[in-house]
Design a protein around this ligand. Sequence first.
Ligand SMILES: [Zn+2]
Length: 141
Amino acid sequence: MAESKPNDAAGVGPVPTWRSEGDKVILVGRRCRSCGKVSFSGTRYCDVCWGESFEAVDIGSSGTLYSFSEIHVAPKAFKTPYVIGYVDMSEEVRVFAQVEGSAATLTPGATVEATVGPVRYDENGDAVESYKFRLGGPKNG
Ligand SMILES: [Zn+2]
C-alpha cells in the first residue's frame, strides 16, 4: 500500500510536509520563532540561529527550477533514470526534490508546480509517495 499521507498534521515538526487544496499541492515550511528565517528542512534546528521553535508557513504550490540533474545510478529503491532538482519557492526557500520528466525536457528557470507521487519503492516494491515537482503552474504562483 502506498504511503501518501502528509507527515505531520501541525506541519511544524522537523519533517517537511505539504497539504492539498483540490488538485493543488501546497508545500508547508516553517518559520523560526527566534529569527524569522523560513525553511523547508528535515533538521531539528533552525539553520541560521539553532532555534528549536517554529510555526508553519506556506511556501507555495509552484516555483522556479533553479538547477537539476538526471540520476542514472541509484540505490535499489529508486527507479532510474529520474531527475532531482532545486526549486525556488516563496519566502526565499529553495526546495530539493524529484522533478518529473527527463533532463532533456527541463530548463533552468522553468516554472514547476508541486505534486505528490511515487519517489521510491519499498522492500515489497510498493510505491512510497511524497512531494515532488512537474512542469506547469502559474507564472507567479
Ligand atoms: Zn532561527
